[in-house]
Design a protein around this ligand. Structure first.
Ligand code: 3EB
Length: 349
């Protein structure tokens, strides 16, 4: 009997990806961005590829994040969104250069080019989900050029939060509670805003971290518009369960901890991820998600911190964990490390 289709995630080199079979690939994100800017280039069979320019650590390697669904998938386009879908899930990506909108200056409504780009990306994503009938966003990755830069009177991450929240409201979506898991990281200034995502036909379970204030309830000191994401989501796929853990950092309550200390920030982040795994195991009766079985993407602000961060994670996760490291700026200036993770459990109870 054929195994029922389930979701898979692999981190591959470009060479491994090219020789991999692609029939059941849902989508790919490439890191290191030697690729020119512009709309995402489709891979073989029109596979959507999000080209993210954040450098891979330690060296200038290429890494591909490959999402597979275990069954034949079908490609399409909607506006600037390239997508590929299987029976239950849709992967999509969109890249919007800020130069496309009101170049370098704010418009009459005071919206910056980044806010225009964010609004456009999210509106097109929701239009795609409506057209293809995968109404539920499960997981979103956002890569913003120069995320920490002050421009047009505020930090760019704050501008992004404002535009994301406004787009959610405009599209009739929740902006707290039932919001997808997400990451929001910096990328090199020259590139476009890149957003990629997974969506499903049924709503996921939304998880929060008891050690942290929900991001959508952060006090105003972190921006006038709160970040619209859940700490994790848990989605059924075939007979399995997929756990998507949002970008997680050294935040307890709403405060950043261990300023200047990348090793201590890494340990606090792992404690936050463990708390989320406990929540997931409580919600997914019968499944057992474990630290050592996670696929982790680790964002390090200062490349010189890599050995410290790596040593902490090797100790916490064990040698067999799937981990990739990227250099990226993190949304708060005082955060040096952020970790996102995914795990698939083959059999739901
Ligand atoms: C934090 O916990 C760190 O704005 O979508 C992590 C994951 C963070 C997602 C987002 C931001 C986002 O607040 C930053």
């Amino acid at each position: 009997m054929r195994a029922p289709p389930t979701l898979h995630l692999n981190y591959l080199s470009l060479a491994e990806y090219e020789s991999a079979r692609w029939r059941d690939v849902l989508g790919v994100a490439t890191f290191n961005g030697s690729v020119a800017s512009g709309p995402p280039v489709p891979g073989p069979a029109g596979i959507p590829m999000a080209h993210v320019r954040t450098p891979v650590l330690p060296a200038a390697k290429n890494v591909c994040e490959v999402w597979r669904c275990g069954e034949p998938a079908h490609s399409g386009e909607h506006g600037r969104v390239r997508f590929r879908r299987s029976g239950e899930m849709l992967f999509g990506c969109i890249a919007i250069p800020e130069t496309d909108s009101a170049r370098a200056s704010s418009d009459e409504n005071g919206r910056s080019p980044l806010q225009h780009a964010t609004a456009q990306a999210y509106r097109q994503i929701f239009a795609t989900l409506a057209a293809e009938n995968y109404p539920h966003l499960l997981r979103v990755w956002n890569y913003l050029p120069a995320i920490n830069r002050d421009e047009h009177g505020s930090e760019r991450y704050w501008q992004f939060n404002r535009a994301r929240q406004q787009a959610l409201r405009a599209c009739g979506r929740a902006h707290q509670g039932t919001v997808p898991a997400a990451s929001a990281l910096g990328s090199p200034l020259a590139g476009p805003l890149v957003v990629y995502f997974l969506a499903g036909r049924t709503a996921p379970t939304f998880l929060e971290n008891p050690r942290q204030v929900s991001a959508y309830h952060y006090p105003r000191q972190y921006g006038s518009h709160r970040p619209a994401f859940s700490r994790a989501t848990l989605a059924r796929h075939g007979t399995g369960l997929a756990l998507f853990i949002s970008g997680t950092a050294s935040i307890v309550g709403h405060r950043s901890l261990h300023l200047g200390d990348a090793a201590a920030q890494t340990r606090e982040t792992v404690a936050n991820i463990e708390a989320l795994l406990a929540q997931a195991n409580r919600a997914a009766r019968g499944a057992r998600f474990e630290l050592s079985a996670l696929a982790c993407k680790v964002y390090v602000r200062r490349p010189a911190d890599l050995p410290l961060v790596q040593a902490e994670l090797d100790a916490a996760l064990g040698g067999n964990a799937r981990v990739i490291y990227l250099q990226a700026d993190i949304c708060r200036q005082d955060l040096l490390v952020e970790i996102e993770a995914a795990a698939m459990y083959p059999c739901a109870a």
